[in-house]
Ligand binder design. Sequence first.
Ligand code: PMP
Length: 397
Amino acid sequence: MKIENPSPIQWHFAQRAEQLQSSFIREILKITQRPEVISFAGGLPSPATFPVEQMKAAFDQVLTLQGKVALQYGPTDGYGPLREWIANSLSTGGVKIMPEQVLMTSGSQQALDLLGKVLIDEGSRVLVETPSYLGALQAFSVYRPEFVSVDTDDDGLVPQSVATVAEGARMLYALPNFQNPTGRSLSIARRVELVETCARLGLPLIEDDPYGALSYRGAPAPKMLAMNPAGVIYMGSFSKVLTPGIRLGYVVAPLPLLRRLELAKQAADLHTAQLTQMVVYQVIKDGFLDTHIPTISALYGNQCQVMLDAMAEHFPASVSWTKPEGGMFIWVTLPKHIDSMKLLDEALAQHVAFVPGAPFYANAPESNTLRLSFVTVPPEKIREGIAKLGKLLATKV
Ligand code: PMP
């Protein structure tokens, strides 16, 4: 029976809920989904790379052979064979990662939330790159840290600048490979220096690495995890190498932290779906990624080059941009007087979209920056969109 005339509720939200803001990018994506828009705004992987047939076969096989296990509740830390596969894939020469150090999460985005929950008190200092991944800033913000921006230059995070701001910090959040949003990578020398600096300071170093495998040329760079497993927390994801819709990621951490993360995960959602973990394991266990990842990298590398060539042809000389060697993003720096937020309105009027750079800064946004993604746009549309942007920019410089 439905109650008549209930009193309207005066919602009193928790302070942390008042803090929540919708991601600016998700708002832009709504506009850019119109078919006439050439969108360089998305951060989505290319659906052309999704292994639909392999997933279908694996679902069938898992449900046929182990259906009762796959459909039951599972352990919080994750599906054993998959954790073991991940631990093996991260173990290198001298460093052995144990399966016990791996916690499966619902996308690596959940790992960011769990790290925030376990490591950040209100006002805790959290060191982030300038700029940094918006989704991490959003996840950590809920726990109300004081973000401290670490200096970066054209080669990414500057390790020497960490020590000067590390006093009392709870963690440093770093993206060493093909960073979102800039596409930059840290040189091997800088990785070593950064790991050494954090080890000396006793500062937990988070290595967020969803794009590391997507190198266009040559083998992926060495992981910081392998340089100091006792002080580096590694985050990985199946979103960019398999498919994001399955929401499967993982965090690798020293055991005292991993136990806390596991408790936080238990409180949040008990565990990540057993069925998807088993299906992913079924797909990857015999080496599928060894052939699949190169096809993704080849596609993205080609489209990246098309965009870089078109930018060289159409963008004014006073505009500069990064030249990524992997991943999904190019970062553009405009002359100081151009506000990319305003530029977006004019670009949208011409049916071209990008993401303005300001939201990626934890402090002191640089409004003359923007992020371009090339992965879901076919080459001829990349050329057309960049030519339009170039024309628009030429009217401003
Ligand atoms: N970290 C970075 C740097 C990302 O770019 C993303 C996805 N855009 C994530 C984490 C989250 O990925 P997922 O939850 O799909 O694993």
